[in-house]
Design a protein around this ligand. Sequence first.
Ligand code: ADP
Length: 322
Amino acid sequence: MESIRPNSLLEFVGQQQAVDILKVHLASARKRNAPMPHLLMAGPPGLGKTSLARIVASETGGRLLEAVGGTIKTPADVAKLLGNIRSGDTLFIDEIHAVQRSGEELFYGAMEDGSLTVEDKSCDRMLRDLGLGAGKATVKSVRRLPPFTLVGATTLLGLVTAPLRSRFQTILTLLPYSLKEMTAIVLRTAGQLGLAMSGDVAEEVARRSKGTARIAVSNVHWLRDYSLAHGCRMTGKSAGDAFLMKGIDGNGLTPTDRAYLQRLVASAEAVGVETLAATLGESVETLEQAIEPFLLAQGFVEKTARGRVATAKARSPCGVAA
Ligand code: ADP
C-alpha cells in the first residue's frame, strides 16, 4: 500500500483534542528551543498514533527513531536504543506496554532527568581474569543523554505500568473518527490515489470503515484497484459491488466479524475469548485489540465475567441472521 500518511498537523484529520494539546506542546518547545515533553498515545490500532509520532519528529526538526515494545527485552536493548539518540530526536516506541520490565526501568531515569544508568562489567571481567572471583564487582555508570522526546503508543493503556505512565507529561487518548472525519479521510486518500469519488460515495465508504483511519485508507486502495481492474468509475453501485466481493457489509463488518458473532449467537452460554480465538484461528490479542473494540462499541457484543455474549443487535439483518 502506498504510504500516504499525513505529514503535518494541518493534513491530519480530526482528533481535535489531541491535536490542540500537541500544538501547545510544539509551540512551547519551539519558544524554549527545547524538545517536546514525553508523550504517551493510547487507542485502538489504525487511529493515527504512528502518524502523529512522525509529525512530532518532523515538526520539531529532529530525527525519528522507531522501535517496537515487544523487541525491547533487556536493559542492554534499552541502552542500545537510548545510546543512539542525538539532541532533538524523537524516539517512538510502538506497543510500549510490551517492553519487558527489567528494560523498562532504564527508561525511568532517561525520561526523568536524561540519565542512563548502565552496568559496567569490565571490573568484573578484570577480577575474573585475575582469578579473584566474578560477579562481585559490577559498577554502575551514569551517562547523560542528549535532550530528546519519547513518544510511546499503546493499544492497551491498562498494561502500561504506573511508574512508566507517570513519567509521561501528557497522555493522549485517540478516539474513533466521526462519520464526517472519516469521509474527509476517504476523500483525502482517494485524491492522493487519483480516484475520482463523489461526496456521497465517500460517505458510504466511511460508513463501512469502522471509525478507523487505517481501514478507510485500505478500503480506498481496494476501490482504486477494483475501479482500475474493471475499468469503471467509482459510483455507488461499483463501490457496493466491490465491498460485496470482500464480504464487507453496510456496517463495515467483515467475514471474520460475522464468524465471531455467529459463534456467539449459536451459543446458549457466554463464550470465553480463548475459545473464540481458537474457533476463528486468530490470536487472543487480535480479537481483543482489533476485532472486539468495534463490536463492543457498536453494541453487538457484551463482555461478562463468564465470557462474551451476543446482544439482540447481533441477530439483526445488519449483523447475523438468527
Ligand atoms: P496507528 O499507529 O494508530 O495504528 P497509523 O498512524 O499507522 O495508526 O495510521 C494508519 C493509517 O491511517 C495511515 O495510513 C495513515 O496515513 C492514516 N491516518 C491515520 N490517522 C489519520 C488522520 N487523522 N488523517 C488522515 N489519515 C490518517
